[in-house]
Design a protein around this ligand. Structure first.
Ligand SMILES: NC(=O)c1ccc[n+]([C@@H]2O[C@H](COP(=O)([O-])OP(=O)(O)OC[C@H]3O[C@@H](n4cnc5c(N)ncnc54)[C@H](O)[C@@H]3O)[C@@H](O)[C@H]2O)c1
Length: 265
């Protein structure tokens, strides 16, 4: 028995990274998976390696017509009950160096793409008697970093849009939740595959390392499955504790021992 038996799932940005890990995991749990991306060769190879339960479609998430086509493919495979809005782009730049074109490019993929995806699956999920939408936001949808004005705007928007959809669609048994990954070891999170990027940015994080795509995929699996039947509008952090707060050297309870004289009297 798979945890997603009988369900068809659309996963966007599935040619690599977290989306690929989700597609492989969902298929191994019994789902029929539709992998959407703009990297057609890579996406087609991933789908082929998963086998007959997977299909690749060209899906630019910012294009409404592409969504209609992808939903059509999913409908031909069975009962569309899961959508993972995972596709995103990142264009780091200081605010003064961010052009309107770059800003809108990020908004169009990350934010508009998530909106269009949710809209596109509503009717098929109603017909299926319910479903689960998993929107991939980020810890940057809850706080921010320098250099991420457009990305942060889009990820805060995804977090908010998730709650609107959860409230509107609970009556159709459609659950909508957001996942907030911390740093993840993918082309986005570690573009040069640099071993330093797996440790150094995280030394003051509770779990002091980068996350792996499969660790996000397991969270998405839970939310996609019927095990999460009473979970909607929620934010699931998968971030090694980043959002819990950082380790403070000089206070007790850490191996980062520095004497700043913080003794109690
Ligand atoms: N990697 C991280 O550190 C990190 C941290 C927090 C959140 N996230 C989020 O996790 C999700 C997955 O990112 P990842 O780390 O796997 O990155 P990634 O860059 O490896 O994968 C993103 C995928 O989205 C695809 N994509 C880009 N534009 C698209 C479009 N218009 N239509 C369809 N697909 C498109 C890319 O081709 C790629 O396959 C994203 O939403 C990202 O914002 C990533």
């Amino acid at each position: 028995m798979g945890r997603l038996d009988g369900k068809v799932a659309i996963i966007t940005g599935a040619a690599r990274g977290q989306g690929e890990a989700e597609a492989r995991l969902f298929a191994s749990e019994g789902a029929q998976v539709v992998l959407g991306d703009v990297l057609d060769d890579m996406g087609g190879q991933v789908a082929a390696s998963i086998g007959p339960s997977a299909r690749y479609v060209h899906l630019d998430v910012s294009q409404e017509a592409d969504w209609a086509a992808a939903v059509g493919v999913a409908a031909g495979m069975g009962s569309l009950q899961v959508l993972v809005n995972n596709a995103a782009i990142l264009r780091p730049a200081a605010i003064e160096g961010t052009t309107l074109e770059d800003y809108m490019a990020v908004i169009n993929v990350n934010q508009v793409g998530t909106f269009l995806g949710m809209k596109a699956v509503l009717e098929p999920m109603k017909m299926a008697g319910g479903g689960s939408i998993v929107n991939i936001s980020s810890i940057d949808g809850q706080q921010s970093k320098n250099g991420l004005i457009s990305y942060t705007a889009s990820k805060f928007a995804i977090r908010g849009m998730t709650k609107t959809a959860a409230i509107e669609w609970g009556r159709f048994d459609i659950r909508v939740n957001s996942i907030h990954p911390g740093g993840v070891n993918t082309p986005m999170g570690n573009p040069r595959n640099d071993p330093r990027a797996e440790k150094e940015p995280y030394v003051y994080q509770a779990i002091p390392r980068v996350g792996e795509p499969i660790e996000i995929a397991y969270a998405a699996l839970f939310l996609a499955s019927d095990e999460a039947s009473y979970v909607t509008g929620a934010e699931l952090n998968v971030d090694g504790g980043w959002r819990a707060g950082t380790i403070t050297p000089g206070l007790p309870g850490t191996d980062h021992v520095v004497d700043y004289g913080y003794d109690s009297d």
